[in-house]
Every structure is written in structure tokens, then in C-alpha cells.
Design a protein around this ligand. Structure first.
Ligand code: ADP
Length: 586
């Protein structure tokens, strides 16, 4: 490690070469004008050599990486500083004794300026500071003192006064150096305190994000049971009162799930753990789905929803489909929520700056200027009464803007209270050339019926979770086997072949990832059976851990019954088509 004070002085001396030479040339010219001889030119030549040598030494020192290297050659640089100062101020002797009254004034002023300059540039390192100050100060004191000694009687008096004032100047300079050092020390300490506080704040923030991630995970597991039970109960025969209560519970579940997902997203973003996918997005399909999603709600409120995709735009672009849908969902959902009449426009076009632009414009309640910037902060809502009247948490826009910025774009808004708002999402525009289609999930499930008979291994340590999955499989006529820990799962995998394995992550004895690794590494009939991680751990690094052991797909808890069935079908059909599979069928 190098000494930062030393480094600052060295950098200063290296960088100031041309300034020092320029000033020296000016001083030499003045000296020549005051008393024309060849000495000022000779002085300039000698001074140039000393300054270049001085720069060479300090520049070389800047290449040192260790403190010992700096220390070993320090004396060379101290001598160099003394030599340059002695040479520089020697011109003052010439001016003082040969330049007449003007020469004496010029000599005194130039030494004072040099003193000031070395003080300001070398206070970082005391040794260099003294090496530069002492020769200058000796010149300044000795010039009038020598003159007093050489003069006699009344002629000596003015020089004695000059000597006294020079002494006073030096005392003031020393006081200034001390004050400057004190201030720099205080500044350094304040910076250290600020850095420590920043570090502590960053640690607290990371701890908070971690806490939020853990807590949301812990809440998701019981929520899984609640949501799934409500879904199952809704399929049984109920009277009107019971159905109303269940509908209320389902609505509350949706709100809670939305909140959980928002908090999880926010903690991921703040912990810097949000990762993005870059894949082809078919814009017409995405917009159609979005419109279809909000149409019932909009129609119920008497609103018109209009989507316009500009003609000059490629229909397929590269983006993160999940995050893009999340942002658009939030913006359209807000537009519908805060509008009671008129039309909501969703326009997609290529912006003048080359970005892909989405505009969501409504004729709703609008937002006043003072609230416009605040609405992008976490937990901020336009007005205090908003939650009471419209619901929501004030997290949606904060997350959307952060996501947009992380994706290389932004969200801006313009709004007029009472007239409406227009939210503009901009994202990098990258047309995609791959051929794809985005079929919608329930349609695929429907098209595939009748389903093949499949047998699933359900691995989960919670009995409720295992039971819930089996209740979803039952109406399909599918079979299942249960295992309540990783060891049991591996054993069952040796006993018979399954079409799909649903694997939980955290389990006693052997967790899901280790069990998957053993199943994949073993010689049993399920070496290549598709494994779907059924987990409440939906952070990206959890997914990465699953992917590493060869897990095909992920389903997050609470279970979405439709998605569960479609994914199982997908995997089971893919498995049936594998060549050579029949040979290991049991
Ligand atoms: P939430 O909608 O959950 O309250 P958001 O972060 O999505 O949270 O929005 C924050 C606030 O911004 C809302 O509470 C509302 O006051 C204001 N807002 C957002 N979109 C609109 C809109 N289209 N029209 C009027 N106000 C809006």
C-alpha cells in the first residue's frame, strides 16, 4: 500500500511541470528586464534541469506499489525538493541586489508566492513541506538581514522593518499551515465517519432485503395451503353464503399474494439479485392477452380499452417477457383502477430516440404536479385516501420503474388532475429474427384432452402440500406415489419408473437438490425422468441451483392448478416420446 499524502504530492509535482517551467521563464524574463545580463538565462537552464530531474524522481515513485519502495527512495525526493527550491529562489538574490528597488519588491513577492504555493501543494506530507519551506524562508529572511548588515546608519532602518514584516508573514504562514492541517484532519475523520455510516447503512439494507426474502418465503408455504384449499373448496357444492365467504377469501388471497410478490421483487432489486432474461417476445400476442385480461373489468366500469401497435415496428422483439408483462400489467391495471369513464389507450411505437415505447393513457382522475415524482417511491400513493378508496400498496410503480431502468429503459409520466394520465415506458428496441409463437396455456391444455394416464412422484415433507397436489391429480385420473423426504424419494425412484417427479426443496434428511442429484447420478429407471421443482423458494439463485442438478421446470407455491396440470402434461408427453424409454418401463 502506498501513502496517499505522498502520492498526492508526487502527482502534483509530476503534473505541474509545464506550469513551473512557464512561471520560471516569466521570472527569468522579468529579471533580465530589471538587470540585463546572461545570468537569468543561465538560471533558467539550471532550473529546467532540476525540475525535469525532480519530475523524473516523483514519476518513478508513482509506479511503486509498496510502502517500503516509497520509503527507500524518499531521501532522493527530499533532496530534489530542496535543490529545486534553492535554485528557484536564487533568482531572488539576483533581483534583490541587482534589480534596484523594483527588483527587491519583485524578489520579496516572488519568494512569498513560492512559499504560499509550496504550502498549498505540499501540506499533505510534512517532510516535503519543510524541505520546500525552509530554503524559501531562509532566502526571505536573509535577504533584508544581510542588507541591514551591509548597510550602515539610517539606510539600514527600512530593511530592518522589511525583515520584521517578513518574520510576521512567516509566522502567519505557519499558523495557516497548522490550521489547514487541522482542517484536513477533521475532514478526513468526517469522511471516515461518513464511510462507516454508509457501510453500516448498506449492511442494514442487505439484512433488511434478506429478512424480507426469508419472511416472504416463510409466508408463501402456509399461503400455499390456504390458496389451494380455497380453490378446492370452491369446486365442491356450496350454498350462496359459503360461496360468498370463499370468494372473499380468494380475493384476500390475491391481494396477499400480490403483496408477497411485490415485496420479494423489491428485496431482490435492492439486493442487486434481480436477473433478466433476453428472449423473443411476440408483441401482438402479449398485447392481446393483456387486453383480454383487463377487458372484463374495464367493460364492467363502462370503459373502452384500445390497443395500437405501430406498423413500422417489428412484431417480435428481444426483451424479458415476464418483466415486460409485469410492468405493462401494473400500468394498465392502474389506468383501469383510476379511471371511471372514457377510453384507455395502450400504444406501442418506435420512439424518436430509437427506443421501444409503450404509452398507457387514460382519462381518469389524474395526478397533481407535487405528487408526480413521489408516486415512483416505494409505498407512496398519490393521496392519503387512495388505499381506502382504490386499494393497492404503492409498490407497483416503484418496482416497475426500477425494473425498466435495470432493463436499460425508464418510465415517465405526464398527467393533468381531472383529465387523465399518460405513463410512458421506454425499453431498448431490439427486433428478433427467431420464429416463435406464444400459445396460451389453458388453450393448450384443452387441445390435448383426453390426457394420457400418468404416474407422478410427489416429494414434500408437508403432508398438507402432498395432499393438495394429489387432490389436483385425482380428477385427471392420474396416479401418484408420495415421499416425505429426499431419502425416501431416491428409494422410490429405484423401485419403479415415474412419468414426472414433483420435488420440494427444503426437506429433512435429504433436501430436494441433493435428492435430485442422486436420482440423476444413479442407475435406476428415473435417471432421466423430468423433475419439476415444486417450491416456495423462487429467488433466482434457487432456480440456478435447481438448474445445475438438471431440474427441468419450476412451479412456485401456492400451486396454480391449471399450470400444474399443463406442466405435468408437457413433461409427461416429452418423456413418452423419448427413444428407448419403453425398455426401462416397469
Ligand atoms: P398502487 O396502485 O398499488 O397504490 P402504484 O405504485 O402502482 O401503487 O401507484 C402509486 C400511486 O400512483 C397510486 O396510489 C395513485 O395515487 C397514483 N397513480 C398510479 N397510476 C395512476 C393513474 N393511471 N391515474 C391516477 N393516479 C395514478
Amino acid at each position: 500500500m502506498t501513502d496517499s499524502g505522498e502520492e498526492m504530492v508526487a502527482t502534483m509535482r509530476v503534473n505541474s511541470l509545464w506550469t513551473r517551467l512557464g512561471l520560471a521563464a516569466l521570472a527569468a524574463l522579468t529579471a533580465y528586464l530589471l538587470h540585463p545580463t546572461f545570468w537569468p538565462a543561465a538560471w533558467l537552464s539550471v532550473y529546467t534541469v532540476t525540475v525535469v530531474a525532480d519530475r523524473f524522481l516523483f514519476r518513478h515513485a508513482l509506479t511503486f506499489e509498496r510502502s517500503e519502495q516509497w520509503r527507500a527512495s524518499e531521501w532522493q525526493r527530499i533532496v530534489s525538493v530542496i535543490v529545486t527550491v534553492v535554485v528557484f529562489s536564487s533568482l531572488s538574490v539576483y533581483n534583490w541586489f541587482l534589480g534596484g528597488a523594483e527588483g527587491r519588491v519583485f524578489a520579496a513577492i516572488s519568494v512569498c508566492c513560492s512559499l504560499m504555493s509550496v504550502t498549498l501543494t505540499m501540506y499533505h506530507k510534512k517532510r516535503y513541506l519543510f524541505a520546500a519551506l525552509v530554503p524559501h524562508a531562509l532566502y526571505l529572511i536573509s535577504l533584508p538581514v544581510v542588507t541591514v548588515i551591509l548597510s550602515s546608519g539610517g539606510a539600514a532602518l527600512p530593511f530592518a522593518v522589511v525583515s520584521i514584516s517578513i518574520l510576521a508573514y512567516l509566522v502567519y504562514l505557519m499558523v495557516a499551515v497548522r490550521t489547514l492541517n487541522g482542517n484536513m484532519l477533521a475532514l478526513g475523520q468526517a469522511r471516515q465517519v461518513a464511510e462507516a455510516a454508509m457501510h453500516a447503512a448498506e449492511e442494514a439494507n442487505a439484512a433488511k432485503s434478506n429478512f424480507l426474502a426469508v419472511i416472504t418465503h416463510e409466508i408463501r408455504t402456509p399461503m400455499n395451503a390456504v390458496v389451494s384449499s380455497v380453490n378446492l373448496l370452491r369446486k365442491t357444492s356450496l350454498d350462496d353464503g359459503q360461496r360468498a365467504h370463499l370468494n372473499l377469501m380468494a380475493e384476500a388471497n390475491d391481494v396477499l399474494l400480490g403483496l408477497l410478490n411485490d415485496v420479494l421483487d423489491l428485496s431482490k432489486i435492492e439486493a442487486g439479485k434481480m436477473t433478466f432474461e433476453a428472449s423473443a417476445v411476440y408483441l401482438p400476442e402479449m398485447l392481446r392477452n393483456l387486453e383480454a385480461l383487463f377487458l372484463p373489468q374495464a367493460t364492467e366500469k363502462g370503459l373502452t380499452l384500445k390497443t395500437i401497435l405501430a406498423r413500422d415496428l417489428d412484431e417480435q422483439v428481444i426483451s424479458d417477457p415476464l418483466r415486460l408483462r409485469q410492468i405493462l400489467f401494473n400500468l394498465v391495471s392502474n389506468a383501469v383502477k383510476f379511471t371511471s369513464q372514457g377510453t384507455i389507450w395502450l400504444r406501442v411505437r418506435r420512439r424518436k430516440d430509437g427506443m421501444l415505447g409503450f404509452e398507457i393513457e387514460d382519462q381518469g382522475i389524474g395526478i397533481d404536479a407535487e405528487q408526480l415524482e413521489r408516486i415512483f417511491s416505494s409505498f407512496e400513493q398519490g393521496e392519503a385516501a387512495t388505499t381506502r378508496r382504490y386499494g393497492g400498496t404503492g409498490l407497483g410503480l416503484a418496482i416497475s420503474r426500477k425494473l425498466a431502468r435495470l432493463m436499460g429503459g425508464d418510465i415517465t409520466v405526464r398527467s393533468e388532475p381531472g383529465l387523465g394520465s399518460c405513463f410512458c415506458l421506454s425499453l431498448p428496441y431490439e427486433p428478433s429474427t427467431s420464429v416463435m409463437s406464444t400459445p396460451d396455456v389453458p388453450a393448450v391444455a384443452a387441445a390435448r384432452r383426453p390426457e394420457p394416464l400418468i404416474h407422478v412422484l410427489i416429494v414434500d415433507d408437508h403432508e398438507v402440500n402432498r395432499r393438495i397436489v394429489s387432490l389436483f391429480l385425482e380428477p385427471m385420473g392420474w396416479g401418484w406415489t408420495m415421499a416425505d423426504n429426499g431419502i425416501e424419494a431416491v428409494e422410490r425412484c429405484y423401485a419403479r419408473r415415474f412419468d414426472v417427479i414433483l420435488m420440494d426443496m427444503q426437506m429433512p434428511l435429504l433436501d430436494g437438490i441433493a435428492a435430485t442429484r442422486r436420482i440423476r447420478a444413479g442407475k435406476g429407471p428415473n435417471r432421466e425422468t423430468p423433475i419439476i421443482a415444486l417450491t416456495a423458494n423462487s429467488m433466482d439463485y434457487h432456480r440456478a441451483a435447481w438448474a445445475e442438478v438438471g431440474v427441468e421446470d419450476f412451479l412456485t407455491k401456492p400451486i396454480d392448478p391449471e399450470l400444474l396440470i399443463t406442466t405435468l402434461l408437457d413433461k409427461a408427453e416429452g418423456r413418452a416420446a423419448l427413444p428407448g424409454d419403453q425398455a426401462i418401463s416397469v
